[in-house]
Design a binder for this molecule. Structure first.
Ligand SMILES: C[S@@+](CC[C@H](N)C(=O)[O-])C[C@H]1O[C@@H](n2cnc3c(N)ncnc32)[C@H](O)[C@@H]1O
Length: 429
């Protein structure tokens, strides 16, 4: 593959400063903003007054995906003029290496005759665009395979942007009577479909990709008080009815009984039942039909406590202030997700983004691009975007990759010496 500038249309200085959302949580927190006239706040306040305090998960779900005013539903929040920047937006090398990962796995997994490529929460569609460009470069190899693309996206606005980027059309056929809400053909000639829910995605040999998706799913927050788990709830502040506040629920939490391990030694945990449901669905699909899941996000291995935070204009933002105007996110608990697989599939990782991209040959790819770069400015951009992705103090160590495979693939990997790309160093020539 050849290519020149690998930097997207973003203000580069801004990227360097605000590349990852996983900044120190208490670095700054805007609190003075006016929330007057905020329709979501009004709705949440009325709801709480009518039926009582709501869980943090319900609050997060409303704030992010309320059909009328949810944060993700009607705006493009990615990039320089938005609230945060993600790896696929920083450099197309990121998506290209994931494209190579898919092709490598398709070959090692036995070159299945059909392949569903599913992405959760594709944002602007940049990652999928880069993957599909790599697929088109390997068309001769892949032409024995029937490939179709499936995007799980809840946001009408972002699905419009994805459609434009991936198919060249902003509006597409809608299917009221089919599980997909939108369908079309990609610029590279592959069928593409959009869904609100993983349950609607067709079964088959599948690669599931999720980048910065699981951190957007609603979490419950639980606090241990005198050996009992209580749920933290969101309530209206009685002293200032324009404001929301956290309160402690009374009874013992059912969520805690279902999801918290008996030997948990933290006093505060965040659990994400929606993530558990998705992982369990992936596990059952992979076991029956084969394929793999590749998931990248910021997170921890079951050792962090309070990670719930808001982002607006690349700055930390008070999560209860001006709901719907800032992104809400929580670190992914990789241990929790691993437990949800119940050992029914193999779980590889988590490993750092730095390790994964290095194993996938990012240095080799950078070298080729540097040699092909037209000018010094392009070279500088290449190096700077590489640094943001790889530097342990930027995205390199904060983001992690993990993968799910049927056990048979891991057995084959050790017997036939077909390593799992990304999780084992590949030889580059
Ligand atoms: C943080 S953005 C990440 C975008 C993209 N993956 C990237 O890395 O640039 C989260 C994405 O997940 C989508 N999303 C959030 N909650 C969702 C849900 N419950 N179901 C489907 N998509 C969701 C958002 O609309 C958005 O596309």
């Amino acid at each position: 593959m050849s290519g020149s500038a690998q930097l997207r249309e973003t203000n580069f200085l801004l990227i360097l400063v605000f590349a990852a959302r996983d900044v120190d949580r208490y670095q700054s927190s805007k609190t003075g903003d006016s929330q007057e006239g905020n329709p979501l706040l009004k709705y949440l306040t009325m709801k709480i007054k009518a039926t009582g305090p709501i869980t943090v998960a319900e609050y997060m779900r409303e704030v992010l995906t309320n059909p009328l005013k949810g944060y993700y539903m009607h705006q493009n929040m990615l990039g320089e003029h938005g609230d945060f920047v993600t790896s696929p937006e920083i450099s197309q090398i990121f998506g290209e290496l994931i494209g190579i990962w898919c092709i490598n796995e398709w070959i090692s997994g036995g070159k299945s005759k059909s392949l569903n490529l599913v992405e959760f929460g594709p944002g602007r569609g940049s990652l999928m665009d880069d993957i599909l460009r790599v697929f088109s470069q390997f068309q001769n190899l892949l032409n024995t395979c029937d490939i179709s693309i499936h995007l799980v996206e809840v946001s009408p606005k972002l699905s419009e942007i994805q459609a434009l980027n991936l198919t060249g059309k902003s509006t597409m056929a809608k299917h009221e009577d089919k599980p997909s809400y939108k369908t079309g053909i990609t610029k590279t000639g592959l069928p593409i479909n959009w869904y609100y829910n993983i349950e609607d995605v067709p079964s088959g040999y599948t690669f599931y990709i999720a980048h910065e998706f699981f951190d957007a799913l609603p979490i419950h927050k639980l606090q241990k008080i005198q050996d009992k788990w209580k749920e933290i709830l969101v309530d209206v502040d009685p002293e200032n009815p324009q404001k929301l506040r956290f309160v402690l629920g009374s009874g013992c939490s059912l969520i805690a009984r279902t999801f918290v391990q008996p030997d948990e030694n933290r006093n505060h945990v965040e659990v994400c039942p929606e993530a558990a449901v998705i992982i369990q669905k992936l596990v059952s699909q992979l076991k029956i039909y084969g394929g793999a899941a590749l998931i990248a996000d910021y997170g921890h291995s079951g050792d962090k406590e309070d990670t719930f935070r808001g982002f607006r204009s690349h700055q930390l933002h008070n999560v209860l202030l001006d709901p719907g105007t800032a992104d809400l996110t929580a670190d992914v608990d990789f241990n929790f997700l691993k437990n949800m697989t119940a050992n029914k599939v193999s779980f590889l990782g988590p490993i750092t983004q730095h390790e994964f991209l290095r194993n996938m040959g990012i240095d080799f790819r950078l070298k080729v691009l540097m040699e092909n770069a037209k000018d010094a400015a392009t070279q500088q951009h290449l190096i700077a975007s590489y640094d943001v992705l790889m530097n342990p103090n930027k995205m390199g160590k904060r983001f992690h990759f993990f993968s799910l495979f049927p056990h048979s693939r891991l057995e084959q990997a050790s017997k036939l010496k077909y390593p799992i790309a990304g999780f084992t160093k590949l030889e580059m020539s």
